[in-house]
Design a protein around this ligand. Structure first.
Ligand code: NAD
Length: 339
């Protein structure tokens, strides 16, 4: 199915430079999500043919508006736990389909386990059958609540197999095991351990820290900080993450490789910064810390620098300003639509 949109969205400024993918045919799962839609858009604009799969459980076709009518893009509304049939050759399968925000995976625990397990097995089958590269979007959550800091790829993690977040963490750990097993059987695979990425198109209901604070600050509501806010996150702007994923695809390196920002900030600092950027005078409200919430999160990205020649370029202040500009545009549009 090719998506038809009623609005011909203006091409977005492309901030991502990366390897030459012109002429490649690439399947992207989770295509209508936050990260997947930016990735598809980048690949199409760089000259690749892209087949995007998504069950639209947390993603939106509107995220794909800029490329929906492009002849090099095809969209399939499909759950990846169902067998995927793709006609013709394929160079790579970039497997991003999974609930990713805590609010989403806690609300869909079994679907999350299925996407990471059955979905990844299905995508590995496709890659094997097509002699294509499987790129797995794994996560820093495979490190759980890390006891080692910053986290290197050699760290095996501190994950509760039965805690509420285990549906996501363990699904991704299983997905990595799938990629590793298919690699041993001769399929080319690459594992990206993505740390917190933010930017335009994080959905308005997204429970992750940046969209939550932006939503609250723009609405003049108190910003809800979990615990005392001293827990840290290292944020990476979406264009930088997309560039890292495409470099990984082209590198021939199997990973796992950390992809993330190294500017580690406390959640309280982030709340204050977003409040300041939004010009909000609302208070900060401290709420209970969720179970399994990681205390510290910061990647060691020296491997990505060495193997992919990659480091994030967009500063936190710049990335947040771009995200805020997009978010304000969305709010204006939705207010306009109600008139
Ligand atoms: P998102 O929720 O915006 O996108 C996920 C997409 O996958 C959605 O469009 C959803 O509809 C789709 N999806 C979910 N289950 C599916 C299924 N069974 N079949 C088909 N489609 C399905 O989240 P995101 O932030 O864009 O994350 C994309 C990927 O990157 C995920 O695999 C996530 O684990 C990984 N990741 C993201 C981050 C981040 O900070 N954004 C960090 C680490 C890892």
């Amino acid at each position: 199915m090719t998506i038809v949109t009623t609005t011909a969205a203006a091409p977005r400024e492309v901030h991502v430079d990366g390897p030459d993918v012109a002429g490649a045919r690439i399947a992207v799962t989770g295509a209508a999500g936050f990260l997947g839609s930016h990735l598809c858009e980048h690949l199409v604009r760089a000259g690749a043919d892209v087949v995007g799969f998504d069950d639209l459980s947390t993603g939106h076709v509107t995220n794909l508006a800029a490329i929906a009518d492009h002849r090099a893009f095809e969209f399939r509304h499909q759950d990846v736990i169902m067998p995927c049939r793709i006609r013709g050759g394929l160079d790579a399968v970039m497997h991003l389909a999974s609930p990713a925000a805590p609010g989403d995976y806690l609300a869909r625990p079994v679907a999350t386990l299925r996407a990471g397990s059955i979905g990844t097995l299905n995508m590995a089958e496709v890659a094997q059958a097509k002699d294509a590269l499987l790129v797995l979007a794994s996560t820093s959550e495979v490190y759980g609540d890390p006891l080692e800091h910053p986290q290197r790829e050699s760290y095996l993690g501190n994950v509760s197999p039965i805690g509420p977040r285990s549906v996501y963490d363990e699904a991704k750990r299983f997905a990595e095991a799938v990629a590793a097993a298919y690699a041993r059987l001769g399929t080319r695979t690459a594992i990206a351990r993505i740390f917190n990425t933010y930017g335009p198109r994080m959905s308005s209901g997204d429970s992750r820290v940046v969209p939550t604070f932006l939503r609250q600050a723009c609405a003049g509501q108190p910003l809800t900080v979990a615990g005392d806010g001293s827990q840290t996150r290292s944020l990476c702007y979406v264009d930088d993450t997309v560039q890292a994923l495409t470099r990984l695809m082209a590198s021939g390196y199997a990973g796992p490789v950390n992809i993330g920002g190294t500017a580690e900030v406390s959640v309280l600092y982030l709340a204050e910064l977003i409040k300041h950027l939004c010009g909000s005078v609302a208070s900060i409200e401290f709420v209970a810390l969720p179970a399994d919430d990681p205390r510290r999160r910061c990647p060691d990205i020296s491997l990505a620098a060495r193997k992919l020649g990659w480091r994030p370029k967009v500063s936190l202040a710049d990335g947040l300003a771009r995200t805020l500009a997009w978010y304000r545009g969305q709010v204006d549009i939705s207010v306009g639509a109600r008139r």
